[in-house]
Design a protein around this ligand. Structure first.
Ligand code: COA
Length: 218
């Protein structure tokens, strides 16, 4: 009888643990509110800009690693028109107000790994939304065949460190910039990869590098 298990070859296997990313998703937060997580649309530009304007300066700084008041036009255009080949942007809205944005998570290819960023409106923090957004984003990334993700985060960003820990990410001090930590997570089946001799590739963190989810230096 023919085996249903494909013979293993030396080539990189297709993903073994794909979770279909069912979006939009309706999630209930800890405080009882119901929120919708969905892909961003081209009509979301104004709401997204308002979301970033309304963030506290501290939250904005943690998200962008610099003091900005709002998104520059080019960045707003990029975030609302992600390239489906290697980018995704998810937003969260109250279930009764889909046009309002209260959270955002995104990835964009950056070399061997995809860079991730997340932000939740201050009034909506500590209710589980950051966790839900990142979990949905990782499902979307896994569906898209992305194998490795990372985020460079301020070392004193305890909220993000705890959240990353909860999601099973590795956290390492950035030797080139001690005020940053790099969080990483492999999405491929690690044991299978190891068995075939594919070591995870962790690029050297370089804070000077152009980042697809950060504003460019001026
Ligand atoms: C980081 C951030 C996205 C977390 O969003 P959130 O919706 O508050 O997170 P959650 O409610 O899902 O929290 C999940 C877990 O993270 C940890 N956590 C979140 N906020 C925390 C805080 N202020 N202090 C300590 N731990 C915290 C907790 O372990 C929490 O689980 P618990 O509430 O069951 O203890 C949010 O604080 C934020 O937007 N910060 C500004 C932007 C930013 O720092 N982005 C990250 C760099 S790109």
């Amino acid at each position: 009888m023919a085996s249903r298990i494909e013979p293993r070859t030396g080539t990189r296997p297709r993903r073994l643990r794909v979770t279909p990313a069912a979006l939009p998703a309706v999630v209930r937060l800890r405080g009882g509110s119901t929120v919708v997580i969905r892909r961003i649309g081209t009509g979301d530009a104004q709401a997204l800009q308002q979301f970033f304007r309304d963030l506290s300066p501290a939250s904005r700084y943690r998200r962008f690693l610099r003091a900005i008041r709002e998104l520059p036009d080019d960045m707003l255009a990029r975030f609302t028109h992600p390239d489906p080949a290697d980018e995704a942007v998810l937003v969260a809205s109250p279930a009764h107000a889909w046009t309002r944005i209260i959270g955002m998570a995104q990835y964009a290819a950056a070399g061997d790994s995809s860079e991730i960023a997340v932000a939740v409106a201050d009034a909506w923090q500590r209710q589980g939304l950051g966790y839900q957004l990142l979990e949905s984003l990782l499902n979307v990334a896994a569906d898209a065949g992305i194998e490795r993700i990372h985020a460079d985060v301020l070392a004193d960003n305890h909220a993000m460190r705890q959240l990353a820990h909860k999601l099973g990410w590795e956290i390492a001090v950035n030797p080139a910039a001690s005020f940053l930590v790099r969080m990483t997570r492999t999405l491929a089946h690690e044991e299978y990869d190891r068995e075939l001799g594919f070591a995870p590739r962790l690029g050297t963190p370089n804070p000077q590098r152009m980042s697809p989810v950060m504003p460019s230096a001026r």
